[in-house]
Design a protein around this ligand. Structure first.
Ligand code: FAD
Length: 359
């Protein structure tokens, strides 16, 4: 049987996971081409900046993506420690004000009766006495926290093991990807996982893409459980969350959810507010010393690749012999939906391959 030549453009969590699931199927020669690779830190590359955890943000009708991904992330924690993911208790706190006036994180995540209570074994509502001052209610469940630096490298390693070739490259127009396979043969399928890059990528130029700026602080201090709040007293877009990454990855203190802001420079005033909010809700993380008790590894900004109308997951014809499968626009939930969307990519590719293999 002739092999199908596939080029994946993008090496963030969406591209690497799509390539990984496709590499498990027989009959594909896969090349991943990207401007940024695991190990890089750049404002154009969202994946290293994520916490990352799973707090389902979709409406119930879209629950497929997060439910499918949760099953695989759980399996990775239980069976594959080298992936750099661990279980961690998570507290989700909400204020009535944020549910009525959404200005930051999607509100579905903070519903007092979320659909996702059925996917976590130990989901429970927090009794009033365990809800910190300033918040109206909350829940607790055991989720995961991903050490993204380690996990992206692990994904890349899995691809190499499966015979996928990784290459650096800047693609000006999506049609160029057709000629970028390591085999030297033209690709019949291009997978577009360029995230925010799809805003200006020739042949795509999706102007419904927009950034949601996320400033965070990564510290050496440790603290559990994770906490994610629907908003903070510092105003719209000023969030409050904490996630202790697996395997010495430090603790992410968040953050901001600044819609439409392309600025990738950390703002020192914002950094100071982020740390102040954390030591107020969790003084013990800094030994009661306030922000001077935090040992900062770095302040950083990542741009969540958001899209009006949600993720673009669909196939498109480039020409008679080539198709594109798009998988981009995951906003602030690219890890927690990664396996769901990668499975959809495989379904679309197999759908395209059907008619091609009959030619
Ligand atoms: P990216 O990671 O941006 O990767 C895009 C890839 O495409 C890169 O390799 C880039 O170089 C390449 N590329 C782009 N244009 C071109 C081109 N023209 N030619 C060649 N290559 C190109 N998600 C969660 O699930 N849980 C969380 O807790 C979470 N927390 C977050 C916190 C912050 C502060 C931020 C910023 C994001 C967070 N996210 C979280 C969201 C998550 O990080 C993103 O949804 C996800 O990383 C998007 O991955 P991606 O692969 O689609 O895009």
């Amino acid at each position: 049987m002739a092999e199908t030549i596939v080029v994946v453009v993008g090496a963030g969590v969406s591209g690497l996971t799509s390539a990984l699931l496709l590499s498990k199927k027989k009959g594909y020669k896969i090349t991943v081409v990207a401007k940024h690779m695991p190990g890089d830190y750049d404002g154009e590359y969202a994946s290293p900046f994520a916490g990352a955890n799973i707090v389902p943000m979709a409406e119930e009708k879209e629950k497929r993506w997060e439910s499918q991904t949760w099953k695989e992330l759980k399996r990775l924690v239980e069976e594959v420690p080298e992936a750099g993911i661990h279980f961690q208790k998570c507290h989700i706190l909400h204020r009535e004000h944020d549910l009525k006036n959404p200005a930051g994180f999607p509100v579905h995540a903070f519903s007092p009766t979320p659909w996702y209570k059925n996917i976590f074994d130990d989901f429970r509502e927090l009794p009033k006495g365990q809800v910190p001052d300033g918040y109206d209610g909350g829940c607790e469940f055991t989720g995961v926290c991903i050490n993204t630096t380690m996990y992206l490298q692990w994904l890349a390693g899995q691809l190499l093991r499966d015979g996928v070739v990784l290459k650096r490259g800047i693609v000006a127009d999506i049609s160029e990807a057709k000629n970028l396979s390591h085999t030297g043969k033209p690709a019949s399928i291009i997978i577009n996982t360029t995230g925010l890059g799809s805003f200006k990528l020739g042949g795509v130029e999706d102007k419904t893409m927009y950034p949601i700026r996320g400033q965070v602080a990564l510290v050496r201090n440790e603290s559990t459980p994770m906490v994610i709040c629907s908003g903070s007293a510092d105003g719209p877009g000023e969030e409050l969350y904490l996630m202790q990454r697996a395997a010495g990855g430090g603790t992410i203190l968040g953050g901001t959810y600044d819609i439409g802001n392309w600025d990738t420079n950390p703002d020192p005033n914002v950094a100071s507010r982020i740390m102040s909010r954390i030591v107020k809700i969790r003084p013990e993380i800094a030994g009661g010393k306030g922000i001077t008790g935090l040992s900062v590894i770095r302040h950083a900004v990542g741009l969540r690749p958001a899209r009006k109308g949600g993720v673009r997951i669909e196939k498109e014809k480039l020409d008679d012999k080539t198709s594109i499968v798009h998988n981009y626009g995951h906003g602030g939930y690219g890890y927690q939906t990664s396996y769901g969307y990668a499975e959809a990519v495989v379904e679309l590719v197999e759908d395209i391959k059907g008619p091609i293999s009959k030619l």
